[in-house]
Design a binder for this molecule. Sequence first.
Ligand SMILES: NS(=O)(=O)c1ccc(S(=O)(=O)c2ccccc2)s1
Ligand SMILES: [Zn+2]
Length: 263
Amino acid sequence: STHEAALCAIKLHPMWQEPLAIPGGDRQSPIDIVVRKSVFDPQLRPLKVQYEPRTCQQIWNNGYSFLVEYDDTTDKSTLKGGPLEDQFRLCQFHFHWGENNAWGSEHSIDRRLYPAELHLVHWNSDKYSLFEEAVIEENGLAVIAVFLKIGKRHEGLQKLVDALPAVRHKDSVVEFTKFDAACLLPENIDDYWTYAGSLTTPPLTEAVTWIVMKRHIEVSHDQLAVFRSLLFTSAEEQVQRSMVNNFRVQQAVKGRTVRSSFT
Ligand SMILES: NS(=O)(=O)c1ccc(S(=O)(=O)c2ccccc2)s1
Ligand SMILES: [Zn+2]
């Protein structure tokens, strides 16, 4: 199946060797969301997203993905509502994608994989004063996940795609300003699933309230091809490796309930 092929693809890569001991290990991410097992929760409120484009600062290739980083020293780009009790600050967004359009997402819906997945990472600025503190606290983080599908060109994404050649190698950084992350959200953000999970890359801490959008966004084949032109490796390394299949293997649900904001 596509799942097995995707697993083979990441087994090839040392980076995605699963660590032996995982902190706690009973609320790991990503997972397959089984729609008929999700529970509608009428108390889930609409999400309130308020992003200020002027807080966008730079793009960084960290050797796992490329991160678009925001100034999170003030409450200018925030997320609240939905399953969240507190206000969260946007600190960065990044993507996960495959070597082809058959797989690449971390979450799946009834085993359906998408070619890529966007993660908008926020930390609880009501409870903590620094991102680093929030990361190790239960529910210190909130990540919005949006699936990408191949289709029409995404005009808002193009500014980001055009900047990627400047961060081709691991540890490269380029200034990137005035980008409105909200343009990457689907029109309808009221329909989502939410569950208690973890970071999907080290340190894998179980600090994340996941908010997985039901609606996907469309990007063109050529736009996604530019993601695949990035490299896991730094400029000095002899062997260059394409940044593809940077997704984690799916984890056991272990009795968790996935709630839906819609029926
Ligand atoms: N894929 S994911 O959204 O779960 C994710 C993995 C890592 C991060 S982080 O860069 O915010 C980060 C967080 C804590 C420590 C270091 C980096 S976000
Ligand atoms: Zn991610």
